[in-house]
Design a protein around this ligand. Structure first.
Ligand SMILES: Cc1cc2nc3c(=O)[nH]c(=O)nc-3n(C[C@H](O)[C@H](O)[C@H](O)COP(=O)(O)O)c2cc1C
Length: 204
């Protein structure tokens, strides 16, 4: 692919990305899901550089995937291994109803999306690392939200490039969401990306 074509496809993805909340019943291909996971914060080379920027390269984001309809995968909740990027099955239950219940207001797309990628984070490490920077105690938290936004946009643009679509959902009860995701101590939910094939053509 030459530079002009690359730039063209990136611009197309930016122009065509729209929040989509209705999905058709086609399963997502595992290869497409792996591309989304890689776009989120995957490694780009052997020295450990990653697709999304991170303050002091602390990389505090952690990713969990409720793969409800992914062609070759056992339906269930997966954790993305931080170092390898591999998907590890946590359990084979469908947590989408619990995530939907935890959402603020009515958000049926959370319960219906073929895939829900939950972007979570270790807030403790960046808060400690940036404790001396003003506003003290808050700087690290800000950085985590900025990083989550950068990662989310990567995923949405990758989804658009693959013909998939999705919506960023950040309106939810944190405690109920953390419970639904069985998050380990020290890890908190930041946002979900509900992804699938759009039910109707997307207006770019
Ligand atoms: C921080 C943030 C939180 C959001 N939370 C939700 C949400 O809880 N539920 C939802 O359906 N959409 C949510 N959205 C998606 C916005 O509603 C959407 O981006 C906006 O309507 C603009 O449409 P567009 O994405 O198609 O450009 C959120 C977007 C952002 C950036």
């Amino acid at each position: 692919m030459n530079e002009q074509t690359k730039l063209g496809s990136w611009r197309n993805a930016v122009e065509q990305r729209r929040s989509v909340r209705e999905f058709d019943s086609r399963p997502v291909a595992e290869a497409d899901l792996r591309d989304l996971i890689w776009a989120a914060q995957g490694k780009t080379d052997a020295s450990g550089n990653r697709t999304a920027p991170s303050a002091h390269a602390l990389h505090p984001l952690r990713f969990f995937v409720m793969a409800a309809a992914v062609d070759t995968m056992t339906p269930g909740l997966y954790e993305v291994e931080h170092d390898s990027g591999e998907l590890r099955l946590i359990h084979d239950r469908d947590i989408r109803p619990a995530l939907e219940t935890a959402a603020l207001d009515e958000q049926p797309w959370v319960g219906a999306a073929p895939c829900v990628i939950s972007v979570c984070a270790d807030f403790v490490t960046p808060v400690r690392a940036f404790a001396d920077q003003p506003p003290k105690g808050e700087r690290g938290v800000r950085y985590v939200y900025i990083e989550a936004g950068a990662s989310a946009q990567n995923v949405l643009l990758q989804a658009t490039s693959s013909g998939l679509a999705g919506v960023l959902v950040a309106g939810f009860d944190d405690t109920a969401t953390a419970e639904a995701l069985s998050l380990p101590d020290g890890i908190s939910p930041v946002l979900h990306l509900c992804v699938g094939w759009p039910a109707k053509p997307v207006d770019g």
